[in-house]
Design a protein around this ligand. Structure first.
Ligand code: PLP
Length: 361
């Protein structure tokens, strides 16, 4: 036995480091919910100029002042309500870490989120030795209010994460269900994860900006800037400054701050146009998949579609053999066995996907 085994956090034995599915060269990726479009040449030039002008010999601005101003204006919040991270993944970790004190009588703090859902809430909880409780969505992949309330009453979660639109199911949750969960958990922080909010018909900016125990999470990753690693939370102000204590001072590099700021200013129109194109392509792809015998596809408010296939794993393998990489959930079993998640691509990519699907079913 090596010396470190006795030293490792016990929860690590149940975790595996994240290894994405290998993507063969030339394959088309529909698996990561990124934007399918690279930046225009003009936008690249703007990025190049801004990066060239950045003081790379200095540490980054600890407060991300300029970015903070842009985001506060966009979110309609006070700048001090914001906590930034290298992607919203990091912000999730900061929140869970700051709120990790167990409730009286419990041996670990509890994180609740619906399942199927975004895995990082649970993975991060495990790395921090917190307890994650998943609450199954109902038959329509919507929130099961009664089950959520039972989980809240039984486990007294410190944080409840609700991604709306939800990943991997694609649909936004109903307003009345969100309200019910929020009202039913007055002693928990409820985080509305809006990673896909830009693709939905509505966002929660106005409704939940001043609610005492509700926060929101945003990222630039799904709208064209996955490589910039920039996400943020809008939190009740006092809580934001507590969560910020957990943050490494230089977690957002100068490059991230520079590119993220551009994305929200000079490049804003291009970003918005790409979002509209994704929304239009989503509708076209939805109709195309609906017409394929054997596939069932659900309505989506996000930049991907949630699909049921007769033999999910087999279809995934056949598509991969054709250089079409989608996300399969067969490993989760149960009602996820035959489910695939397909990110909306460019029109050309989507045409090849549809062709591949027809040939593989
Ligand atoms: C992709 C995703 C995120 C995290 O994205 P980052 O790249 O870390 O900003 C957060 N929540 C949901 C639901 C996601 O799908």
């Amino acid at each position: 036995m090596s010396f470190y085994e006795a030293l490792l956090r016990p929860s690590l034995s149940s975790l595996r480091a994240y290894v994405p599915h290998p993507v063969p060269e030339g394959a088309l990726r529909f698996d990561a919910n990124e934007s399918p479009w690279a930046l225009s040449d003009d936008a690249r030039r703007a990025v190049a100029e801004a990066v060239a002008a950045a003081p790379l010999h200095r540490y980054p601005d600890v407060r991300a002042t300029r970015l903070r101003e842009c985001v506060a204006a966009r979110e309609g919040c006070h700048p001090d309500c914001l906590v930034f991270g290298a992607g919203s993944d990091e912000v999730i970790a900061l929140i869970e870490s700051a709120l990790s004190r167990p409730r009286e009588g419990a041996d670990a703090a509890v994180i609740v989120s619906p399942t199927p859902g975004f895995v990082m809430y649970a993975v991060t909880a495990a790395t921090l030795s917190l307890r994650h409780v998943g609450v199954a969505l109902d038959a329509d992949w919507q929130l099961d209010r009664a089950a959520m309330q039972r989980a809240v009453d039984a486990h007294r979660p410190s944080v409840i994460f609700l991604a709306s639109p939800n990943n991997p199911t694609g649909a936004a949750f109903r307003d009345e269900d969100l309200d019910a969960v929020i009202v039913g958990a007055p002693e928990s922080l409820v985080i509305l994860d809006e990673a896909y909010g830009d693709f939905a018909a509505k966002n929660y900016r106005a409704r939940f900006s001043e609610t005492g125990h509700v926060g929101r999470l945003q990222t630039l990753s799904k709208v064209g800037f996955a490589a910039a690693r920039c996400g943020w939370a809008v939190l009740p102000r006092g809580l934001a400054s507590e969560v910020d204590k957990v943050r490494q001072p230089y977690n957002l590099s100068t490059l991230s701050q520079t590119v993220a700021t551009l994305a929200l200013t000079t490049l804003g129109a291009e970003v918005d146009a790409a979002i509209v194109r994704v929304q239009n392509e989503r509708e076209r792809l939805y109709k195309a998949l609906q017409n394929i015998d054997g596939l069932r596809v659900d309505r989506s408010d996000a930049n991907f579609l949630f699909v049921e296939a007769p033999a999910g794993e087999q279809l995934f393998t056949r598509l991969a053999a054709r250089g079409l990489i989608v996300r399969s959930f067969h490993a989760q079993g149960g009602r996820m066995t035959h489910r695939l998640r397909i990110t909306v691509g460019t029109p050309e990519e989507n045409a090849r996907l549809v062709e591949g699907l027809c040939a593989s079913l």
